[in-house]
Design a protein. Sequence first.
Length: 216
Amino acid sequence: MYIPLLVAVSLGVAVLVNRPLRGMKAFRALYFLPNITSVAVLALIFRRFLSPRPDGPINFLIGLIGIPPQKWLIDVNQAMPSIVGISLWEAFGYFMVIWLAGLQAIPNELYDAAKVDGANGWRLHRYVTIPLLRPTAAFIIVIATIGALQVFGSIFILTGGGPVNATTTVVYQIYSEAFNFGRFGYASALSILFFVIILIVALIQSRYLRFGEDVY
C-alpha cells in the first residue's frame, strides 16, 4: 500500500509546486513540515483525527456524506491502512523535495523541443518528464522501501502491534522480543536476518531499476 501511494502523491505534489508562481516557496515549506515534525507529535495528532467515536474529526466528515463511523486504529482491517496513511503524511514531503530536484534538473530545451513537435499537457510529462525522472524514481523506490520495512514509531505509539497483531511489523516484533519478553539473543538474530533481507531487496531493486545509471 505504502510505496505506490508515496511515489504517486509525492510526485504529484512536486509537479504542482514546481510551477513558477508567487508564494510557491511557502507551499513547499508547508508540505515539507510533517517530515521535520516528531513522529510522536504526528501520531498523537492522528490519534485524535482517527478517533473511533462518531464525533471524531474524520468520522464526522465522512458522516456528512452518509458513511457510518469507522473504528480505524482499533479495527483489524483498518489499522494497517491507518498506519500507512500516517506514514505517508510523515514522509511525502521529503520525497517531494527529491522529485522537485529531479524536475528542476530537466533542461527546459527538451520541453521546448517537444512543444515544437506538437507535444503538450500530459504528453510532455509522458514523453519528457517521466523518462528523465527514472534515476530519481529508482532512488526514491529503494529508499522508500527500506523506510517502509523499518516503520516502528507510529505503531509503537498508536497500536502497540495490535489489534490482534494486525500492525505487528518485523521491527516491532524485534522490539517486543527484546524488551517485552527479554529474549535479546532471539531479537538480535532477527535483526541480523532482517538486515540481510533488506540488503537483498535493495540490491534487487537497484539492479532492475538500474539505479545510478544516467538517462542522457
